[in-house]
Structure formats: C-alpha cells, structure tokens
Write a protein that binds this ligand. Structure first.
Ligand SMILES: Nc1ncnc2c1ncn2[C@@H]1O[C@H](COP(=O)(O)OP(=O)(O)OP(=O)(O)O)[C@@H](O)[C@H]1O
Ligand SMILES: [Mg+2]
Length: 354
C-alpha cells in the first residue's frame, strides 16, 4: 500500500530504525534487509513524556538516545512515525497534477481542499491508483480529478523533532503519519486477508484509537475515535473509587476479577468502533468480516473478547512482526511476543520506507 510521506524518496536500504511517538509509550524497531527478506533486529519501548507539558528538545533528545541504545550498532538515521494528534491524514478529490504541485496547492488552499484552515503545515500527497495494484494515473487530462491521500504535520513540530534528533546525534530521514502504518504491516503479515477480505484494523492507543478499513487491499477509510486505554483505566478507577495506578494494575493484571465493571468501560469503545464500521458498510455496501486489533490494549484477551461481543464481528489481535525473520538479542527473543501488538505502527512505517 502506498503511504503519504513527508519529503521522502524511498530507496533500497540495508537497515531502518523507526521511532513511533506514541502518547503513552514511544517505541523503536530496527529492521534489516537480507536479500528479499527482512529481519527484525531489535526493539525498544519507553514511557512517553507526560502529556500535560510540552517536552523540551533536550528531553526528546535524551529519550531518543535512550530508546535507540538497546538496538545496538551504530545508528545515525531514523524515521519518525507521528501520532494521530500530530499528523493529519485525509482523503481528498484533487485536480490531476504532479505530486509536487498538489503539495503546494493543498498548502495554500487547505480550507478549500481539506475543509480546515491549516497554517504552518507541511503536506505530502499520495495519488491513489484507480484500483489496487494499478499504476497511479498520469497528471494529464485538463479538469480530471484523482483520489489523493494527504498527510500533513506542523512545520514547527518537525523543526523541534529535527533539533532533538540532531542533539541526540541522529538525522531524521523521513517523518510519516502513523495512522496508515498498521495497514502496511498488515499487508506483509496477513497477505491473504489483506488481498481478499474486507477488514477493520483498530490500533487502540492511549487517549484515542485509530481505525482503518481495508477492502481487498485498498484503504477505504481512516478514522480516529477519542477512546483508548487511558479512558478504560480512568473509568475503572472512578467506578471502583481507587487510584489510577491501582486501576491500571487491575486492568492489566487481573481483568476478570472486575469483569462487569471493566466490561462497562470497554462498551463505549466498542460502540465507537462499531459506528466507524457501520459508516463504511452503509457507504460501500460491503461487510467487514474481521477486526484486527493492535496497540497496548490488544495485549488483553479480555478486552478483545469484550469488543467482539459488542461489535459482533470476529476480533483478534495480530502479530505485525510475523513476516520478519527474528534476529533479536536473546533477551528480547523471550519477551517479544508480549509486545508485538504495540509495535504495529513502528513496523508498518518501517516496511513502507525500507
Ligand atoms: N496487558 C495489557 N492489558 C490491557 N491494557 C494494556 C496492556 N498493556 C498495555 N495496555 C494499555 O495500553 C495503553 C498504551 O498503549 P499504546 O502503547 O499502544 O499507546 P500509545 O501508542 O502510546 O498511544 P497512541 O497510539 O494513542 O499515541 C495504556 O493505556 C495501557 O494501559
Ligand atoms: Mg500508538
């Protein structure tokens, strides 16, 4: 699947390190190319800076250094995947022009093309082929329109990230919207389902969850719903009159002990996901056959089962690294299975650019 990228020319590379700037945890993965195959050579997960204060470039630099340290080797270049609050992704009908012209057009007419005044933004555009696998249309016929995915982020954010990376001795090779990344990883990890089915991918994050609907290999819909793992913990804490930390421990460690009260916190998330699926199904007259869940909350069988009862569609987690040869350090080999759900965005961004 094509991916909107910022200032990015893909080239064949031996190794790629992607940093996924999540709201609760930041993750890094290292992938290596071995002929036609890819190796999973390392990962790292750290707590993100508290969201109530804007972290300084020094703090980001420190976090970047800490994050890449366990990946080993001499890492100089990284790709950054931005979260849903920092990068926008929209589908638009635009005149059939060269991508460089589309970028400029969107930059100066965001209100017109994206229905929102977006100043200080950098955009990239990706023209969608008329059908999956077909070549993108040529910029030719006057008055012709094409379907375009537009990605955008604030120039000021990109500048601070560049500055933080420089302080950490790194160069940022590309900055990509994380929202499309699970779809890229899914194409590699579950090629059959990707090519033949209508599926929803839901990355359940911290304060929000990102839903992508793929129909026979085509990205049909991207939506962000404002519920993630944070609301589940908060709701549980309130309902049980306990602290956030206690509620988090119960949610992660012994969800079945508080089954009824936790289920009632998960129901609103299920309703939001169902609404996105309904919207797609009514618009396209197609039925979503499976929901594949990623993100920290997808580590919980209890959450997946509760969502399945609410959505009435088979729900499962998936392993975004399943198509990679494992070349992890011994200690990570033992732990990786537990964290693959959280790595879907980083792995998806990596396969799109390696
Ligand atoms: N085993 C588990 N069971 C239930 N929830 C879990 C488990 N492990 C992690 N979580 C939850 O996952 C959430 C963090 O998920 P994740 O790391 O995917 O978020 P993020 O990527 O930082 O957020 P975002 O993508 O929204 O920016 C937390 O709310 C945490 O409670
Ligand atoms: Mg995330």
């Amino acid at each position: 699947m094509a991916l909107p990228r910022f200032n990015w020319k893909p080239k064949k590379r031996e190794q790629i390190v992607v940093i996924d700037l999540g709201t609760r945890t930041i993750k890094a993965v290292k992938l290596q190319r071995r002929g036609d195959a890819y190796q999973f050579a390392g990962y790292s997960i750290l707590d993100a800076p508290a969201s109530d204060s804007k972290p300084s470039t020094d703090l980001w630099a420190e976090l970047f250094s800490k994050l890449i340290q366990p990946l080993g080797g001499h890492i100089r270049q990284v790709v950054i995947a931005l979260g849903v609050n920092d990068a926008l992704l929209r589908q638009a009908e635009l005149p059939m022009l060269a991508v460089s012209d589309l970028r400029t057009m969107v930059k100066f007419n965001s209100k017109n093309y994206l229905q929102q005044e977006l100043t200080d933004y950098v955009f990239d555009c990706c023209i969608m082929p008329p059908s999956p696998g077909a070549p993108p249309p040529e910029p030719s016929k006057a008055g012709a329109k094409c379907k375009v995915w537009v990605g955008g982020a604030k120039q000021s954010l990109l500048n601070s990230l560049q500055e933080a990376a420089r302080k950490a001795g790194l160069t940022i090779e590309a900055i990509v919207p994380g929202l499309v990344a699970p779809g890229n990883a899914f194409e590699m990890a579950q090629p059959e389902s990707f090519a033949k089915e209508v599926v929803a991918l839901a990355d359940v994050g911290f304060k929000s969850s990102a839903v992508s609907i793929l129909s026979q290999g085509e990205l049909m819909l991207n939506r962000v719903v404002g519920i993630g793992g944070d609301q589940l913990t908060n709701g549980l804490a309130e309902a049980m009159s306990i602290s956030y930390a206690e509620a988090e421990g119960i949610k992660v460690g012994m969800p079945r002990e508080v089954e009824t009260v936790l289920q009632s916190q998960i129901v609103p998330l299920g309703r939001e996901l169902r609404a996105s699926i309904d919207f797609f199904e009514h618009q396209h007259d197609k039925t979503v056959g499976h929901v594949f869940l990623s993100g920290g909350s997808a580590r919980s069988d209890f959450i997946i089962q509760t969502l399945q009862s609410e959505l009435m569609v088979p729900c499962q987690t998936w392993n975004a690294t399943s198509f990679l040869e494992l070349a992890l350090p011994p200690q990570q080999l033992g732990e990786v299975e537990q964290v693959t759900a959280q790595l879907a965005v980083a792995v998806g961004a990596a396969v799109a650019v390696i």
